[in-house]
Structure formats: structure tokens, C-alpha cells
Design a protein around this ligand. Structure first.
Ligand code: NAP
Length: 271
């Protein structure tokens, strides 16, 4: 008999929440989910961008916009209430996607930079998941698979200089994600960690407390649509973890094989 988390997850008629849906990966994932027949409770702060998102889908009636900050409890409460009205207390999928970055040395940053990045990238997914769990469990108990998908980063597997806050937040997300997965297996709730590499989104336009001259270094980049397609595939197939892009895989696997070599390669010199 297949284990519950091995069933294919079916988006047709599903009630889903996507945080950070107003641009980039969340925007494209919402479009894909709606095309596949799901309802999406789309969460972000920019109302006009959520309206554009709805208009860009194949069925705007399936996009249920919640305008607000993911770190505010009231935003979460509105999203959960929307899910309750759509599926009578059940939720098929939560995607913790909203995220922010910051670039620059730890020593030069204010304490607020770390707190802000951790609030959005780590504590918000934790809080959203806590509230979503009874709803996800209700679906799982009815024999269907429900899923939590956390959008991490390759920098949640291998840390690099000048992104200490971001790396810390994505490592925290990764560790929590893996514990959660092990805890929820017997409940039939899947937990998927997607770790993109550099993505050509608006991410680098809204960095927290970052000098505009700071540039992010990366090898290659993917468009958000491609990341969203890989994410939906991982959710459907019940993958526990996917690391995206050749450059991303190279970074993560080289670090697993030879961490001291990577430490040497990534160390900042000649300051
Ligand atoms: N871009 C990359 O290179 C890259 C690489 C690896 C992983 N990722 C991860 O992928 C995820 C999506 O990023 P992206 O590349 O698609 O960037 P993006 O285009 O900047 O999208 C970020 C989304 O998060 C939302 N958001 C940010 N702070 C929020 C807050 N406090 N409350 C509510 N919504 C908030 C933004 O909406 P509003 O501004 O409208 O609120 C936006 O919809 C993030 O978790 C990021 O860490 C990105």
C-alpha cells in the first residue's frame, strides 16, 4: 500500500495559500495553480499587484487576494478565514514563499536587519504553518494528501559571506522544515523544501537595509516561471527536497563533499 505522502497531489479543486504572490516565484506559482484548477489565497502587501495577478490568471475568480504583511497575525487570520469559507475548515496546500534578502557584512548592519529578515523568512512560515496545521490535517484525515511547501534557498544549505542574515534565515527554515517533515509523515501531510538558486525576480530590488552598490554574485539564473514549474512538480510528486539549477547543485554538493575547500574558496580576502 502506498504511503500517504507518495500519492500524487492533485491541484484540481484544491484550496491553497501562497504567500508572496505579488511578484516572482509566488506570482508564477499562483498562475500555474489556477491553470490547474486550484483556488489560491494569494497573500502580499501590494494590493495593485495582486489585482494584476488575478487578471493574469486563466480564472480570476479562483484568486482570493489577502493584502497584508505576512508577519502580522491579522493577515494570517484573514487568509485562514478565506480558506475556511472555501473548504469548510480544510486546506490542501500552504506555500511559504514570501521572503526578503539583505547584502553586506554582518558587522556593518544594525540588529534590526537580522530581526527583519528572520521575521519574514523564518518566523512567518512557522506561524503560518502552526495555524494551517489543523486545516491540513483535516484534509489528510479524509484520505487526501495535504502539503506544506517551504521556499528555501541553496543558501540554506551552504552559507556565503555578506548574506549572514539571509543564510541564517534559510538554514533555520531548512532545519525546521526537516523536523516538521519527520513529525508529519504519519499524519499524511507532506513537507517539501524547494531551494532555488538565483532567480530573475524583483528580489534584489527590495533588499533590507542594503547599500544600492552591493551586488549579488551568482553563476547563472532561472526565470521565476521555471522555478514555479519545478516547485509545482515537487509538490505533486511529494518530493521531500529539490535543489534547483546546475550552479545551485554544484554549490550544495561541492560543500557536502569538501566543506574545507568551499570554506577556502568562499572566504573574503584583501579587505
Ligand atoms: N530571487 C532569488 O534569487 C531567490 C533565490 C533563492 C530563493 N529565493 C526565495 O524565493 C522566495 C520568493 O522570492 P522571489 O525571488 O520571487 O522574490 P520577489 O519577486 O521579491 O517576491 C517576494 C514576494 O514576497 C512578498 N513579501 C516580501 N515581504 C513580505 C511581507 N513582509 N509580507 C508579505 N509579503 C511579503 C512580496 O510581496 P509584497 O512586496 O507585495 O509584499 C513578493 O510577492 C523568497 O522566499 C526568496 O527568499 C529567491
Amino acid at each position: 500500500m502506498p504511503l500517504p505522502f507518495q500519492q500524487i497531489w492533485n491541484p484540481e479543486g484544491a484550496v491553497t495559500i501562497v504567500t508572496g504572490a505579488s511578484s516572482g516565484i509566488g506570482f508564477e506559482l499562483t498562475r500555474l495553480l489556477v491553470d490547474a484548477g486550484a483556488h489560491v489565497i494569494a497573500v502580499a502587501r501590494r494590493e495593485e499587484r495582486l489585482a494584476e495577478l488575478a487578471a493574469a490568471t486563466s480564472d480570476p475568480m479562483r484568486v482570493h487576494s489577502i493584502v497584508g504583511d505576512v508577519t502580522d497575525a491579522s493577515t494570517r487570520e484573514k487568509a485562514m478565514a478565506a480558506a475556511d469559507s472555501l473548504r469548510d475548515g480544510g486546506l490542501d496546500l500552504l506555500v511559504n514563499n514570501a521572503g526578503v534578502g539583505a547584502i553586506g557584512p554582518f558587522a556593518d548592519a544594525s540588529p534590526d536587519r537580522m530581526r527583519r529578515v528572520m521575521e519574514v523568512n523564518f518566523f512567518a512560515p512557522v506561524d503560518w504553518t502552526r495555524d494551517a496545521l489543523p486545516r491540513l490535517r483535516q484534509v489528510a484525515q479524509s484520505g487526501e494528501r495535504s502539503v506544506i511547501c517551504n521556499i528555501g534557498s541553496v543558501l540554506g544549505h551552504r552559507a556565503v559571506p555578506d548574506k549572514s542574515e539571509y543564510c541564517a534565515s534559510k538554514f533555520a527554515l531548512h532545519g525546521w522544515n526537516d523536523s516538521l517533515r519527520a513529525e508529519l509523515v504519519s499524519d499524511g501531510i507532506g513537507v517539501t523544501l524547494v531551494s532555488p538558486s538565483t532567480t530573475r525576480s524583483e528580489f534584489f530590488d527590495s533588499l533590507v537595509e542594503t547599500d544600492p552598490d552591493q551586488k549579488s554574485k551568482s553563476i547563472g539564473s532561472w526565470p521565476p516561471r521555471r522555478v514555479a514549474q519545478a516547485t509545482l512538480m515537487a509538490i505533486k510528486r511529494g518530493r521531500s527536497e529539490v535543489i534547483l539549477s546546475l550552479g545551485g547543485k554544484a554549490l550544495v554538493y561541492a560543500d557536502r563533499v569538501a566543506p574545507p575547500v568551499m570554506n577556502g574558496l568562499l572566504a573574503k580576502r584583501g579587505r
